[in-house]
Ligand binder design. Sequence first.
Ligand code: PLP
Length: 398
Amino acid sequence: MKSKQKQKSYGLSTRAIHVGTSPDPQTGALVPPIYQTSTFVFPTAEEGANRFAGEEGYIYSRLGNPTVKALEQKVANLESAEAGLAFGSGMAAVSAVLLGLLRSGDHVICSRGLYGCTFGLLRDLKERFHIDFTLCDMTQQDDLQKAIQANTKVIYIETPINPTLEVIDLEMVASVAKTNQITTVVDNTFMTPFLQRPLEFGCDLVLHSATKYIGGHGDVVAGIIAGKQEIIDHIRMTTQKDIGGILSPWDAFLLIRGLKTLGLRMERHTQNAFQVARFLEKHPQIESVYYPGLSSSMYYPFVQKQMDGAGGIISFEVKGDTQSGIHFMNQLKLCKIAVSLGDVDTLIQHPSTMTHAIVPEEERLKMGITPGLIRLSVGIEDVEDVIADLEQALSAIE
Ligand SMILES: Cc1ncc(COP(=O)(O)O)c(C=O)c1O
């Protein structure tokens, strides 16, 4: 386990199963009920007033719900955080965090690559709310230091970056941020707490598109953040409560179920992706492969430093022009052409025309998203079958 802290008493898988949930005391049901309710009855009017004044107890499901709370406790525990907060999508989490931490006139430094809609949101915040941002190549500490301005309030990074798989040194970023009293936010979607726990390296807040690995089965859209109680309470009582991008109890239940097998799934995703990356690396029709788990990757030392595995996402370019890549994708039978990632199914997509189409071409190229780049989210199928499918599609374009 790569961590700056001592391991807690139970391992991650045990905690993913047991923290925050226990058998129903009334019936003994192993799986507690889903609290599918919008509101909560107060025993007296005085008690209702007390809860509104801050006393413990549920009020209304936009302000808190027992099933959603169980999910928040699990993810917070796994991320070594004091508290968690769930949202109706990953973008609801990203927007609540940025709107909660920033005000007009502030500045954000971001990793030079970002999920397309996060980039779209930052552009909107700049144009409409005067919150400026700088995309920064953080492989060099000097570049990060130079990007800091007097009004920089947040450093927002993805590592590995979607979809270029560049890796950023978490400890370096957190220490520069601390010296300058800047809050560090890490989008940990690609890794999950099973492979990387940014708070243990000094970062302040972690966020996930829980739609991806945490859900894992392609049947829920959700987001979650974890960090210090004070920051989480602030976001809960401002941008979440008043903008309202909450998670439904049913979706929280699906994510709680997903978390129970997350450790197993991440192991299999990582093993499969490693074998697929090795296959692609050797294939004569492949121009380049981006996967930090390959020892040939310049980011491999960071996998050893801060990650417990390189995860399930690979990007690559096939030889020839962009059309060769598109033709290759159209030949696939088992691997499905779809955005999203982290599902048990293998999914493939073309970032420059799909997930990152919103980013202007010039910015896209600066991010390293070439027109030929293809992103593959390797599922947990038998890896021989995934490789055979890629092989037949590659031979069709030779
Ligand atoms: C890294 C990353 N962060 C955030 C998001 C947004 O999540 P959602 O689609 O759940 O809103 C995505 C979606 O693809 C993503 O890949």
